[in-house]
Design a binder for this molecule. Structure first.
Ligand code: ZN
Length: 333
């Protein structure tokens, strides 16, 4: 049994309380490798932004859960070396799908876990979520639950169709499970192809897809039912078209990749939405940078010469999200 407190990590409770009151959101960035983690920590340290490091099931398979946990522990020390005296870093399990998995993360030093039982019938979702909450709270680990279904594919999480969270269920769900935050479905979606061309309109000038707006009416309805309760948005990459264009220009093939416009995420950040998950955007930044190096310098074979620029590009992206989209800069001085 390792307590996250001994690793210098924090849970989400204070982070979310301040974020809801202050009208901003905490960035939740997924990480799978060293360069991504360095970029996240550099961006958070430079902007003094609280940050949530997320580990998905795909990341655990790719990089190993134990190694990722030690990397997060190292990240706290690294942040201090970068001059961030009091780093506010949370290590969070993304889309836990069983009690055993959530328990294993609590036991090995995660400060927050998500139990995603949203694909189960309502009562089963409540029962499983409650079981995780009861265990996690013994160790002061915070729990995110999910109600409603997001479309799209994110590692092993996939659903063909979304359905919005039903506002009439949220009070009952939050009360009976005791969860600390709630991921809702209001039209965000996992992956780099969040919407089909049929769901979008097309900009006649650029030919780019314009996605349908998020269901802010559903969000506001939920906020009314649960005033001040921390709300989470998954699948909230904006799929920056400059990266898509670079990837396509240098031999990639990402036709009609489209995400959530940043203005809408900015607006959501000002509400009870206090955690916004961003994964695909850093994948795009990394891929764009690597493709460009391979194109410009075909003789290059030192991984540091293409992973270095990829790291720089991801850091730029993370800083942009923190400062211009979520508004979390300066909130963890
Ligand atoms: Zn997700």
């Amino acid at each position: 049994m390792v307590s996250y407190k001994d690793l210098g990590l924090v849970n989400t409770r204070e982070m979310f309380k301040k974020a809801v009151a202050g009208g901003y959101a905490i960035p939740a960035f997924n990480f799978n490798n060293m360069e991504q983690l360095q970029a996240i920590i550099q961006a958070a340290a430079e902007t003094k932004s609280p940050v949530i490091l997320q580990v998905s099931s795909g990341a655990r398979k790719y990089a190993n859960q134990t190694l990722l946990r030690y990397m997060a522990e190292g990240a706290v020390e690294y942040a201090k070396e970068l001059g961030w005296e009091n780093p506010q870093i949370c290590l969070h399990l993304d889309h836990g799908n069983s009690f055993e998995l959530c328990k294993s993360c609590v036991d090995m030093g995660f400060s927050s876990v998500m139990i995603d039982a949203s694909s189960l019938p309502y009562e089963e979702n409540i029962a499983l979520t409650k079981q995780v909450v009861e265990y996690a709270h013994k160790y002061d680990v915070t729990v995110e639950a999910e109600l409603g279904v997001l479309a799209g594919v994110e590692d092993e999480v996939s659903a063909a169709e979304s359905h919005y969270t039903k506002p009439e269920e949220v009070i009952d769900f939050a009360t009976r499970t005791g969860c600390d935050s709630l991921a809702i479905s209001i039209g965000t979606s996992h992956g780099a192809y969040k919407f089909t061309p049929e769901q979008c309109t097309r900009d006649p000038k650029t030919g780019k897809l314009i996605p349908p707006p998020l269901a802010f009416d559903v969000l506001h309805e939920i906020e009314k039912k649960l005033p001040g309760f921390p709300i989470v948005l998954h699948g909230s990459s904006s799929v920056p078209q400059e990266y898509v264009d670079i990837i396509n220009e240098y031999g990639g093939k990402l036709p009609d990749a489209v995400g959530i416009p940043e203005e809408q995420l900015r607006e959501a950040s000002k509400s009870a939405v206090c955690k916004i998950n961003i994964d695909s955007d850093s994948r795009l930044a990394m891929t764009a940078a690597v493709r460009k190096v391979f194109h410009d310098k075909p003789g290059e074979f030192d991984p540091r010469k293409y992973l270095g620029p990829a790291r720089d590009e991801m850091k730029k992206l993370y800083m942009h999200k923190i400062i211009n989209v979520l508004g979390s800069d300066g909130k963890a001085e």
